[in-house]
Design a protein around this ligand. Sequence first.
Ligand code: NAD
Length: 356
Amino acid sequence: MTGPLVFAHQTLGQRVLFGSGLAAANVAEEVDRLRANSVMVITGGHDADFAFRLAHQIKAALTYDEVAPHVPIEKAEKARAAAKEYDVDLVVCVGGGSAIGLAKAIALTSRVPIIAVPTTYAGSEATNVWGITEASRKTTGVDDCVLPLTVIYDAELTLSLPPELSVASGLNALAHCVDSLWAPRADPLNAAMASEGIRALASGLLALKADPSNLQGREQTQYGAYLSAVAFASAGSGIHHKICHVLGGAYDLPHAQTHATVLPYVLAFNAPYAPEASARIAAALGHNDAVQGLNQLRRALNAPVALRNYGLKETDLPEATDLILRAIPSSNPRPVTQQDLLTLLQAAWSGAEVLS
Ligand code: NAD
């Protein structure tokens, strides 16, 4: 960034423990350090074996697996009641954004601390943002009490994430980085994290695409995912997140695939109006053009290409345009008209070629 450096930046306090094969030992150490007496282990489902062994090892008071996407209020209330019944003083959640979201819903009303053990690249573990869905409408909010006290990354737990979902989830993280560059609280510190996040995600995703059992590739992707989430939590939601939030919430589209599909269209739309962000993205991707660099990466990864493949109907697009337009932040580098947005959504819906 050029010009005088004047900005206000908030850094969220969190302990991060990183290491393949170390999750169980690191969780046990944290439970001791925090002197927890009654631990609730939440598991997203797929990694139930690990979570049940972990619960046994740390003598958890209860293991809970009623996790559902987007945290339906009924599930949140049931989990809160279970936590209360067992007088829980620490929640350990093992899983993707849905499992972490349930832990956050408990923390929001009880202030119980969270240890997060993420198994996707969605990044919820590093944000103070919560989300709860009631009557098909997802409400989100910000509260520091939902920020996990400790995040424990163990790339071995991501080996079971299928390659297609790994790619989509990693591109979800890459979208946090790109969108943070023009989000309302974009600043030089979160931009630096976004740059390194893009670089790490691109190299990690290419390695895991070539060989899904490549642990180093998965470590790089996790490292990039953490940076992406810190950048996103600090900079806030830009146009890309506003689009995906509406599409996911109102039309029940899958989270990671929606982000992965929409990102190149948002980048191509904003890039001519955001030269500094474009140069940063291009450099991080090792290309001389941001849009072409992202296109090249997406081709190599065989990334998701069209929203119509995920259940969105073409007739939904005008309504979606109206819903999104109201939410676009004034920080967006390019003014956005209703027609611009409809054109962007139509292209993302059909999977049209992205031109730079
Ligand atoms: P998810 O948690 O729903 O997981 C997707 C699927 O992958 C699930 O079926 C899950 O069981 C499975 N899975 C997870 N880890 C696996 C593994 N290692 N191996 C095999 N299968 C595995 O999806 P997500 O993309 O991680 O999270 C999406 C949710 O998180 C959305 O509700 C989104 O809004 C929320 N989110 C919130 C924030 C925030 O800051 N609050 C940030 C990012 C995402």
